[in-house]
Design a protein around this ligand. Structure first.
Ligand SMILES: [Zn+2]
Length: 267
């Protein structure tokens, strides 16, 4: 569930608290959360946190030697001095008595340790264009090579990184495009509308603190406010604010998609 705006807000809420801290102990309570490293604890322990960054929906915690790559998936949370519960899976203790928890009700999230080369390779091969930084021509070239419904391609993290189900629906509504519209049939004006709306909607949502649908909170436990301005996501069966029609639901790439049959008419 956390998409680019929510992940960005988690990072912003934690950055000042974590930079410069030394990790003096790591408690892994649920080994499946820590991906693929039997020596995870030894690799992370006694390292200093030098920075926090985001790429797409990933959180990167830079260490003085190496990196933690974190994906929250559905229900993962990073909580500074949070409440320890049965949903706490990893705990990082710092030299000043504070700590960071990784809590996750559904346990789909992952924390990996990668050295600098491994991280660079992973990001270069698996994570697509960064919305705020992408060039219009790169965006158009990459997307225009794809087949299938536009919504499926917006959700593909190797094309553009950071868009999930909430913002894909909002971006398509703002662009007047039906979620199953064939990507190969996009016109120049559609590419331009998508490019503009991707950047605008993700930026506005980030400023609003993201969207809290079920239980998303940032690292301070603060909820987002952008859900109040959703035009289509979660509004199937309700009235379109733009034309007064009833919003419809369909499934695209296995995900429920809400759209307006008039504002997003298939051409
Ligand atoms: Zn409408």
């Amino acid at each position: 569930m956390p998409e680019l705006p929510e992940v960005e807000n988690v990072i912003r809420s934690l950055v000042k608290k974590l930079i410069g801290k030394k990790i003096i102990a790591v408690g892994v309570l649920t080994p499946s959360i820590v991906y693929n490293r039997y020596d995870f604890v030894e690799l992370v322990q006694d390292k200093y946190i030098t920075n926090l960054e985001r790429r797409g929906k990933y959180i990167i915690i830079r260490l003085d030697n190496g990196n933690l790559l974190i994906h929250l998936r559905m229900t993962g949370k990073l909580l500074f001095d949070g409440i320890i519960s049965k949903h706490t899976h990893v705990k990082f203790d710092f030299n000043n008595g504070h700590y960071l928890l990784y809590n996750d009700v559904r346990k789909f999230g992952r924390i990996s340790y990668l050295n600098n080369e491994e991280l660079e390779f992973y990001l270069a091969t698996k994570v697509g264009l960064e919305p705020a930084l992408m060039d219009y021509e790169d965006f158009k070239n990459k997307l225009s090579k794809k087949n299938g419904p536009i919504k499926k391609n917006l959700l593909d993290q190797t094309i553009i990184a950071g868009i999930g189900n909430i913002y894909a629906d909002e971006i398509l509504f703002a662009s007047g495009l039906h979620p199953v519209f064939e990507t190969k049939c996009l016109l120049e004006k559609d590419f331009f509308a998508l490019y503009t709306n991707i950047r605008e909607i993700l930026e506005k949502a980030t400023i609003a603190g993201g969207s809290t649908i079920r239980d998303y909170v940032n690292g301070d436990g603060t909820a987002g406010k952008y859900q109040d301005t959703h035009k289509v996501y979660g509004r199937g069966g309700k009235v379109c604010n733009c034309c007064g029609c009833i919003l419809e639901k369909t499934k695209v790439a296995g995900r429920t998609s809400v759209y307006c049959p008039v504002c997003q008419r298939i051409r």
